[in-house]
Design a protein around this ligand. Sequence first.
Ligand code: SF4
Ligand code: SF4
Length: 315
Amino acid sequence: MNLREEIIKVAKAEAADLVGFAPASRFGADDPIFKIFPEVKTVICLVFRVLRGVYRGIEEGTTYYQFPTMGCETMEETVMPIASLKVCNLIESEGHMALPQRRHYTITSDKDDTNPEAQNEAIFRGRDKEIHMNFEDSAVLCGVGERGFYGALLTDEFGPMVKYCFVLTDAELEADDVKEAHLCDKCGKCVKGCPGNAIDAESGKLDRWRCAVYYDGACGLKNPFMAPDAFPDFENRLDIIAGTAKIDRALAEKIIDSNVFYPAIMQGYQACMCGRSCDMECYVHLEEKGALTKSFKTPFRKREPWKFNIEDFEA
Ligand code: SF4
Ligand code: SF4
């Protein structure tokens, strides 16, 4: 049996769109993969498209729950774990070891990381870090895409509209080449698309606390659920609503606590009110310039993006 071919077949039968293989030797000696699984020989990346349609409601300002439920939660909690478990089962059936690696949004890799739902004290017990793979860099090393200016994985087929997970194995499998970066032209649309100005225009670095706040919908200009008198207890409420407030961790946590627009926590996943506009704007840009290999009958962007005015909110 050609194990590599069988892995691709199983992954694709479980909705993976791309499968990339990297030898562990391609990773630096300090890479987390060697702490997680010292005998690892091959890293396998499984990439899944996120349906363009689930971004539609946020693009239109009408329906928001499809993206966090069908685009994030169902993918990360059901589709992707089943695919990676089946790949792991195949590998272990052939006598090798296989360790699935997925993202867990309630487990952060640093004590001061952003997820307010994480119980870091309980997790770390005095250690500095939970050891995680670097998902973006590892995906690039597996040959499935490149990193865009704002750090996201960009694929030739679907741009940034993808999710991905990994399998580490001690099986030695034929590798794919790393792709030469060619998609990101530093147009800056990802920066401008963020309603909370969470991406630095010079470096592309993400301010993770700002992102946490505006992912949750703190920008009233792009949130149709926000009342005109929102954030009454905040001195700089109009700056918060406009996406321009200076935000540190303490303020971010306070804003997030007062910022629940959808009862998504019942579902386990926080509602995404920004719709990952960084990704959407990048996707629209790549589609408009004909850079993506997966084409559609009509473009994603149908009309001028909508926006409220700061004057719509009570002074
Ligand atoms: S929006 Fe432009 S600058 Fe940002 S990642 Fe995409 S191509 Fe690069
Ligand atoms: S996920 Fe949302 S809040 Fe975070 S950088 Fe992207 S657009 Fe901004």
